[in-house]
Design a protein around this ligand. Structure first.
Ligand code: ADP
Ligand code: MG
Length: 413
């Protein structure tokens, strides 16, 4: 283990204070982006101005068909420029100044997850082509009032935009592929069967393999989230043998693997006898969530009970529950192995009630929900199970213990 760390740390280049100071100057750019936000405000104003003029002319009957078309094109033009602006503002700030940390946000734009200066350039170029085609269209619609000279140059300039966008897109393709190849060969030379997002950080690097935390920033941060989550072992959904459990809802697990439940703040409950893979599946989902940018915290029900009891003893239970809000996903493993007294049950009730529609929980237990009153004493049990189950996907696992199967086949072999 130590040797891995030594290898990991060795290649980090010496960073000078001067270098840091230079790097810090990127913050000088921040006001520029806020300036662009103001510019966007100007466009909003302009949009409604145009819209108002259009409505007034339509109502007063002064609007010809050509006028309406031109006015609508102008509105489209304004919206497209505004789109371009937001792309430059958000993408540029994220790429060149600082991370905004939108991962997992409901409205996270699809393009932002793979934005880099290359992608941004291509997006800008295509947006400019879009804008110039609207302009050209405006000219053609109003062809009687456009000189041949402007028409000709409008077309030539539009072509030039198209050609430059095509060249940029072509160039960024091989560049991105090259970066990806370099990333793969340096980071994960052996794994092949996993999904792309599973490629990195899925398992601890075997001793002797150097991990170079460069090239893609998600790599160290996903790894950091995985480490902070406190999983007792790294288990992947891909390594779960769907044939083993006698009965289990494969589709439900595949669906859960897409992590929509985390975004929707819903819960997942795995129930089944020991050794059927409940913890495996809970960790598998947790690992995916970490890789998708969510913070996750894993502990057994007993550990959660101790943690919450301590917070309550210190008079900061409410504070602790709010602190846990930064984790979109909490995993409570092994409910049922030891029964809880009324006070501890009340703590779990507080946790579940607090998480309700605020965050997700994955809970694993050894018995069906109907029998959880055997585990949670006191009056809180039914209300807690109710809240937990209301927004929950309950996955039942049935079959023999996987541990026993392996043991017996090893015995036989
Ligand atoms: P439970 O939480 O139900 O007690 P675990 O998830 O701890 O069960 O499973 C026990 C061991 O068996 C773990 O090492 C787990 O990875 C493995 N295991 C269980 N079911 C499967 C399966 N279907 N495919 C692969 N490994 C499994
Ligand atoms: Mg378990």
């Amino acid at each position: 283990m130590q040797s891995v760390q030594a290898i990991t740390r060795a290649p980090s280049p010496p960073t000078t204070t001067l270098g840091y100071a230079l790097f810090a100057t990127r913050w000088l750019q921040a006001p520029l982006y806020f300036g662009l936000v103001a510019a966007q405000g100007v466009y909003v104003y302009k949009f409604f101005n145009e819209l108002w003029a259009l409505i007034v002319r339509c109502v007063t009957g002064q609007a010809t068909e050509t006028y309406v078309m031109l006015a609508v094109l102008k509105l489209v033009d304004v919206v497209m420029i505004a789109n371009l602006l937001i792309m430059v503002i958000v993408g540029g700030y994220e790429t060149f100044v600082s991370r905004i940390g939108l991962q997992g946000h409901r409205d996270q734009p699809e393009w932002l997850s793979h934005v880099n200066s290359n992608v941004l350039k291509v997006k800008l170029a295509t947006a400019i082509v879009g804008i110039s085609s609207v302009h050209l269209l405006q000219m053609f619609v109003d062809v009687h009032h456009t000189s041949r000279h402007s028409l000709l140059w409008g077309t030539v300039i539009h072509m030039a935009f198209i050609v430059s966008a095509a060249i940029l897109a072509y160039m960024s393709g091989p560049m991105a592929a090259q970066a990806e190849r370099a990333h793969q060969s340096s980071h994960q030379p052996q794994q092949s069967s996993h999904q792309p997002e599973q490629r990195h950080a899925a398992e601890d690097a075997p001793p002797g393999r150097a991990v170079i935390p460069a090239q893609r920033e998600e790599v160290p941060s996903a790894e950091a989230r995985l480490r902070a989550a406190g999983f007792p072992a790294r288990k992947l959904l891909e390594d779960f043998d769907a044939e083993h459990p006698r009965s289990f809802d494969r589709e439900a697990v595949a669906r859960l693997g897409k992590l929509d439940f985390v975004v929707a703040r819903r819960n997942v409950v795995f129930v089944g006898p020991p050794g059927t893979g409940k913890t495996h599946l809970a960790i598998g989902l947790g690992v995916r969530a970490c890789q998708a940018g969510h913070r996750v915290l894993f502990a057994t029900a007993g550990e959660w009970a101790a943690r919450l009891a301590k917070a309550q003893a210190d008079g900061r239970l409410g504070e602790e529950l709010h602190r846990l809000d930064v984790y979109p996903l909490l995993i409570v493993d092994e409910v049922g192995y030891l029964p809880f007294d009324a006070d501890t049950s009340q703590l779990f009730f507080r946790l579940v009630a607090h998480r309700y529609e605020r965050g997700s929980l994955i809970v694993t237990g050894d018995r069906p929900l109907e029998r959880w009153d055997e585990v949670f004493g006191g009056a809180a049990a039914p209300a807690m199970v109710d809240r937990l189950a209301h927004h929950a996907e309950v996955v039942r696992l049935e079959g023999d213990s996987y541990r026993m199967r392996r043991a017996s086949s090893e015995w036989a072999g």
